[in-house]
Design a binder for this molecule. Sequence first.
Ligand SMILES: [Fe+2]
Length: 306
Amino acid sequence: MTVQGLGYVVIETTDKAKWHEYLTKIVGAMANGEGSDGAALYRLDERAARFRVIRGEADRFAVAGWELADAAAFQSMKSRLADAGCVMTDCDATRRGVAALACGKDPAGSDFEIFYGPDEASSPFESPAGVTGFVTGKLGMGHVVYGSLAFHDTHNFYRDTMGFGDTDLPEIEAGPPGSPKMGIAFMHAATGRHHSVAVIQMPEPPAGCVHIMVEARTRADVDAAYQRMQAADVPVSATLGQHTNDEVISFYMQTPGGFDLEFGWDGLVVDPATWVPTAHTEVSKWGHEWAWQKAAAKAAAEEANG
Ligand SMILES: [Fe+2]
């Protein structure tokens, strides 16, 4: 297994200014000018860009950039993908500020890229919102969660072709008790972040993904981000809570892209050599009250009251 982690994400938007406000003021990412592809760049660490925001015709999550350790690992992953019948195109690496870049699509139709050798920034990272720092480094910038009805094909692709390891394979009721169960595949990359990619058995969301996650260094960073979200009237998607599987303490909020961003702290890191996949039955130990659950409960209560 050679994918190191989630190196960067590309977001397409009709309104770059909205993303600028959101990333700098709410998330606390640091603006870093423009890339050669015209993307607005945002940092979470010493890298030149973890978020690349490009102007387009839609508001959506566009691309996940998967990082390989070096040229040899990159070439070997490219061959492995080609051997598995995944059409990979050599793309202009300078466009993304990396040493080498190849582009493809997963079985769900999501665009992804593999790369190695990302550009570093020339100054220390400083969050404009006062975040003490983000947990990135060898673990990557966080995770991305996709939804797909081609669930098994997509899970198999990330595991068998891309080489991610299964971390947790729950089946969760997709609604009130008694609802049909949907599978979720949480998978880790070589460096052991509990999951760098996950796939949920559900229709592909038009926003390109279900959510992305970033991890701050302290619990106080999470509480402060929650305050910033509330003060700016950014809609909350799930209140503060702790997940059962990766033990992260986090909340979810809407992004300008129609998908959610999970802002968390203290996620589990597994040892890929010895990890035995789990199958949790509960999403959260506490908290994480979802906006859709709250709305459904309110509607049910109103109906009961006539
Ligand atoms: Fe998540």
